[in-house]
Design a protein around this ligand. Structure first.
Ligand code: HEC
Ligand code: HEC
Ligand code: HEC
Ligand code: HEC
Ligand code: HEC
Length: 215
């Protein structure tokens, strides 16, 4: 049993598992075809409790992504900022704005804001932000140009084919550490050389082993 069903397969939905068993672990191409889009809709943009605009804050005001998503370089999750981060400015800036009423209420009561989650991998997938940032993958590659979005919208499929495409040839995406949160990035002319250098000095070996993403 153990050889046919590696441990991680227990977390995968039953029907999908049949596909794995029939096609064997190398038939990734067929599994993609079967891949269900329910977690991964490009264009998903739920309405948030406060009309917070990335275009204004990250774009026009130029606040760095990591000021609010402070977990992103240290942990698996990026995190959304606590209400205090907003109030650091909004105690003084637009202190009476009706749009900010839920923020003020959260600040007064200590009850966190309930932002609606947009990007979500299924539970049987392991994803980790810090590993990708360390490797030199910028936010924009996976989330699009957030600094131009009034409302955050899912920009990439985040499905298995998409993950594996990059794991097989990450070269065109790798940036130097100072560019990780830059939006509107254009690969420099010597991108191939820079990527080779990053891969070499960091000893990167992204791979498509099932157990990398299914643990
Ligand atoms: C001033 C704080 C702030 C800054 C700066 C900021 N964000 Fe956000 N971000 C938020 C808040 C609040 C949310 C949750 C509400 C929403 O989705 O708009 C969020 C949501 C997101 C989400 C969606 C999370 C989910 O639910 O899937 C992504 C992706 C994201 N931000 C990326 C970025 C990137 C990339 C940058 C830099 C270009 C950035 N953010 C800058 C506050 C910020
Ligand atoms: C670095 C300072 C700063 C931080 C931090 C900040 N904001 Fe703002 N915010 C601003 C500025 C500046 C404006 C635009 C003010 C204006 O239009 O006169 C603004 C405008 C807004 C508006 C529009 C309000 C209106 O009435 O038009 C909303 C909503 C808002 N911010 C939500 C948030 C939320 C939610 C957070 C925390 C996730 C946050 N802001 C964090 C500086 C900040
Ligand atoms: C290699 C692709 C990739 C990169 C690079 C990336 N993200 Fe994500 N992000 C994802 C995926 C996939 C999810 C869903 C993860 C999950 O459900 O476990 C996600 C989820 C999020 C979320 C919501 C869940 C959470 O972890 O808090 C936020 C916020 C976010 N990303 C912000 C950022 C910011 C800011 C950056 C850059 C500093 C960034 N991401 C870089 C792929 C990426
Ligand atoms: C744009 C490129 C890119 C995308 C998209 C991407 N990755 Fe990665 N991933 C990398 C690179 C580069 C590394 C670093 C490999 C290393 O450290 O050797 C990595 C590392 C990882 C690791 C750590 C591997 C280890 O051996 O510790 C996991 C887990 C992972 N990725 C999962 C995912 C998942 C799940 C997705 C899709 C939701 C995804 N990745 C999408 C480029 C990408
Ligand atoms: C780089 C990361 C990565 C690697 C490597 C990977 N997967 Fe996946 N896999 C994913 C992601 C992300 C999903 C979720 C897909 C979705 O939501 O559409 C997934 C979904 C699945 C599913 C469920 C499909 C469904 O319909 O929901 C199966 C089965 C699966 N993978 C099997 C495998 C097998 C077998 C291998 C090895 C040959 C493998 N995976 C390697 C990232 C990966």
């Amino acid at each position: 049993m153990a050889q046919i069903f590696p441990k991680w397969t227990l977390k995968i939905p039953a029907i999908a598992l049949i596909v794995v068993v029939f096609l064997g672990a190398n038939a990734v191409g067929f599994i993609w075809y079967y891949g269900s889009p329910k977690y991964t809709d490009v264009g998903y943009r739920p309405t948030q409790p406060v009309p917070y605009s990335h275009k204004l804050h990250a774009g026009d005001l130029g606040i760095d992504c990591r000021y609010c998503h402070s977990g992103v370089e240290r942990s698996a999750v990026a995190g959304v900022p606590p209400t205090q981060t907003c109030m650091g400015c909004h105690k003084l800036i637009l202190p009476d704005s009706p749009k900010l009423a839920p923020i003020r209420k959260s600040f007064e009561t200590g009850v966190p804001m309930e932002w609606v989650r947009i990007h979500k991998s299924p539970d049987f997938v392991y994803f980790n932000h810090s590993m990708h940032l360390r490797a030199g993958v910028g936010c924009e590659t996976c989330h699009g140009n957030i600094a131009q979005m009034e409302v955050v919208t899912q920009n990439q499929p985040l499905n298995m084919a998409w993950c594996i495409d990059c794991h097989r040839s990450p070269d065109k995406y790798l940036r130097t550490q100072d560019k990780l949160t830059e939006m509107g990035w254009i690969p420099p002319e010597n991108q191939a050389g820079i990527a080779a250098e990053i891969i070499h000095t960091k000893g990167l070996e992204p791979n498509d082993n099932c157990s990398t993403c299914h643990r």
